[in-house]
Design a protein around this ligand. Structure first.
Ligand code: ADP
Length: 158
């Protein structure tokens, strides 16, 4: 059984993230969406809220689990018997940071592979930060996020 971990801040989960998870759910026996506490990023939503939203959005995918984490990613992967770390690549601009991250994770855990997946074209320019920004300025973000996420942003008056 191959387990893959898809880590991120998911503040909040977007249709781009979901697209990656759906692709991964076909490729791997088990996919764990690992929601990083990321206090340094001062997330809009608490880790509990981010986990709850991701769980609601991805509820139909039977082999997908959502879990919070605040440890080293490679330790989380090893605790869950995952040999694969998944990341999404939207554009060349993602590459440098992702390349560094994959490099350090390989040094820390040589037996864990980082794999990159591409979302469908229409999601390639969506990011959680843009969704927060556009929603905060009153723009319509309904085509980028699940209705549950939209409702959560409304509750935050975004
Ligand atoms: P992080 O803080 O770890 O970058 P994010 O939640 O922003 O957390 O992103 C998690 C992963 O999902 C990253 O690999 C990122 O490149 C990828 N990702 C973010 N938005 C999209 C999208 N629209 N399409 C595909 N991948 C995405």
């Amino acid at each position: 059984m191959t387990t893959a971990v898809y880590p991120g801040t998911f503040d909040p989960i977007t249709n781009g993230h979901s697209d990656i998870v759906m692709r991964a759910a076909i490729l791997f026996d088990r996919v764990i969406v690992a929601v990083a506490a990321s206090p340094g990023k001062r997330p809009l939503f608490s880790v509990e809220q981010r986990v709850a939203l991701a769980s609601e959005v991805l509820a139909d995918l039977d082999n997908v689990e959502i879990s919070p984490f605040d440890t080293l990613l490679v330790d989380f992967a090893s605790q869950h018997d995952a040999k694969v770390i998944l990341r999404g690549l939207r554009a060349v601009s993602d590459f440098e940071y992702e390349f560094q991250l994959a490099g350090i994770n390989r040094r820390l855990a040589p037996d864990v592979e980082t794999l990159f997946l591409r979302p469908a074209e229409q999601y390639a320019y969506i990011s959680s930060s843009l969704v927060r920004e556009v929603a905060g300025l009153g723009g319509d973000v309904s085509e980028f996020i699940h209705p549950a996420v939209q409702a959560a942003l409304k509750r935050r008056k975004l």
